[in-house]
Design a protein around this ligand. Structure first.
Ligand SMILES: [Zn+2]
Length: 281
């Protein structure tokens, strides 16, 4: 997970771009008439997101004389379409993720924009920049059109939830096998408020992070075994543990990245450092 700054694009400007690209005069007039309603939806979204209560955002079937399908189509017609009238906003938001790393998992490569609250349920938010988050295909596909029915069901929002994104809650566990297999689970501090704990658990589950993190961590074990065997030959278990502690420290910046949790768990397991690593496949 990575926190990102709120996009600088303003919702009102995006709506103007969409209107400019609408050639059907009758549709343009109907859209023009609901601009204040859409601005109100965006303002409500901002207030709920800041309050960490996007579960309170109203789900609307349509707005004024504009149908749900027409609202949803604004996104495909004007933002994601290569020659859409608001494509510049799409590109700006998608390119805002440093090194194209997906902010939802911190592992995949950004490919698309994810509607944080799905446009199928919140068509009035289909082109609101604050609701558009760069994402990898895996996260976008796994998340689908899920929406929060309660405060605890809110997945982590890269623009608003730096507090939870940067708070430590990921843990790795070692299955000794043989072969050694690493698994991941959310493990927020018991002292955290219930809703915060539910939210990181929900994010972990909805984005399939257990699968993503285990795939990466277990793939790293083969080369690590070679390295640890050489260190053991030269300096015994102490050298093995020192290397794992050093690796963990080098990844400390990514609070809930799989690397930090992996190396911390390995360094803290006396069985592993005393030779258990030879059970890596
Ligand atoms: Zn992702």
């Amino acid at each position: 997970m990575r926190a990102l700054p709120l996009p600088s694009a303003i919702s009102a400007n995006v709506m103007t771009m969409c209107l400019n690209g609408t050639t059907d005069a009758a549709l343009r007039a109907r859209l023009q008439a609901i601009v204040p309603n859409l601005a109100a939806s965006a303002a409500s979204y901002q207030a709920n997101a800041v309050a960490e209560r996007l579960d309170l955002q109203a789900r609307v079937p349509a707005v004024g004389g504009v149908s749900k399908a027409e609202l949803v189509a604004l996104y495909a017609t004007h933002l994601s379409a290569t020659k859409g009238s608001a494509r510049a906003v799409y590109d700006q938001i998608r390119n805002a993720a440093p090194n194209k790393k997906c902010p939802l998992c911190g592992v995949g490569t950004v490919a698309v924009l994810d509607h944080h609250l799905p446009k199928a349920k919140y068509p009035d938010l289909s082109v609101v920049p604050a609701n558009l988050v760069p994402a990898c295909h895996f996260c976008n596909d796994t998340k689908k059109a899920r929406f929060p029915a309660s405060a605890g069901q809110q997945t982590l929002h890269p623009y608003y939830d730096a507090r939870l994104i940067n708070g430590r809650w990921l843990a790795a566990a070692i299955d000794r096998g043989p072969p050694v297999v690493i698994t991941f689970a959310p493990s927020p501090p018991p002292a955290w408020p219930l809703i915060d704990r539910q939210r990181v658990e929900r994010h972990f589950a909805i984005c399939g992070l257990g699968t993503v993190f285990a795939s990466n961590a277990n793939d790293e074990l083969g080369p690590l075994k070679t390295r640890l065997a050489a260190l053991e030959a030269a300096g015994g278990p102490a050298a093995v543990q020192a290397h794992l502690i050093e690796e963990a420290a080098s990844h400390a910046q990514r609070t809930n990245g799989w690397q930090l949790s992996l190396y911390e768990a390995l360094a803290a397991d006396p069985w592993f450092t005393a030779g258990g690593f030879h059970s890596i496949a």
